[in-house]
Design a protein around this ligand. Structure first.
Ligand SMILES: Cc1cc2nc3c(=O)[nH]c(=O)nc-3n(C[C@H](O)[C@H](O)[C@H](O)COP(=O)(O)O)c2cc1C
Length: 165
C-alpha cells in the first residue's frame, strides 16, 4: 500500500512531529501542502491530511487544497491533527469541515487521529502556553499505533481486491 501524507504545521511544528511518527510506520512520503500537486495523489492508495487546528478547523491552506482536488475513486484517506483543546463531538468536532470536504471528493475515510499540541495563542502565552511538551512520547506512540492499524487494515483491503480479481 503506497501512502502519502500532506500536512502543514505552522504554530510550533507540533503536527509535523506526529506526521513524522506516522510516516515512519506507513513508509509514507511526507509533503507540505504548499509543495504538493493534485496530480501526485494519483500514485498513492492511502493519503493522510493533517495540520494544527485553527479557529475550530484544519489550516485553511489544507482545506483549500482539498477543495481544488478532482473527485477520486477507490482512494483511502485519513485525517490527523494537533490542537489546544480535545475533540468533543458536536461541540468541538474540528475534523468535521475537512472530513466533509474529503467525503464530497469521494475519499473513503479510514480513521482520524488527534492529540494535544503546545498552544501559545493569545492569553495562554502569558503562562508559557498550554499542553507544554506535547506532543510527548506517549502521544507519538499513539500516533504510531494508529498508523500501524491503518497499515494492517489497508493491506488486508488490498489483498481482498487482489484475491477477488
Ligand atoms: C491562531 C490560532 C488559532 C487556534 N485555534 C484553535 C482552536 O480553535 N481549537 C484548538 O483546539 N486549538 C487551537 N489552536 C491551537 C493549535 O491547534 C495547536 O497549538 C496546534 O498544536 C498547532 O499545531 P502546529 O504547531 O502543527 O501548527 C490555535 C492556535 C493558533 C495559533
Amino acid at each position: 500500500m503506497k501512502a502519502l501524507m500532506v500536512y502543514i504545521s505552522v504554530h510550533h511544528g507540533n503536527t509535523e512531529k506526529v506526521a513524522r511518527a506516522m510516516a515512519k510506520i506507513l513508509d509514507a512520503d511526507l509533503v507540505q501542502v504548499k509543495q504538493v500537486d493534485a496530480i501526485m495523489l494519483e500514485q498513492y492508495d492511502l493519503i493522510g491530511f493533517g495540520s494544527g487546528i485553527y479557529f475550530g478547523k484544519h489550516h485553511e491552506s489544507l482545506l483549500d487544497f482539498v477543495d481544488k482536488l478532482p473527485v477520486v475513486k477507490n482512494k483511502k484517506a485519513f485525517i490527523f491533527s494537533t490542537s489546544g483543546l480535545r475533540k468533543i463531538p458536536f461541540v468541538h468536532d474540528f475534523d468535521k469541515p475537512l472530513r466533509k470536504k474529503l467525503q464530497r471528493k469521494g475519499f473513503d475515510i479510514m480513521g482520524e487521529f488527534s492529540c494535544r499540541g503546545l498552544d501559545t495563542y493569545r492569553a495562554t502565552k502569558l503562562v508559557g502556553g498550554v499542553n507544554k511538551g506535547r506532543p510527548n512520547a506517549e502521544d507519538l506512540k499513539q500516533a504510531e499505533d494508529f498508523a500501524r492499524d491503518l497499515k494492517n487494515s489497508g493491506d488486508s483491503y488490498l489483498n481482498q481486491i487482489l484475491l477477488s480479481n
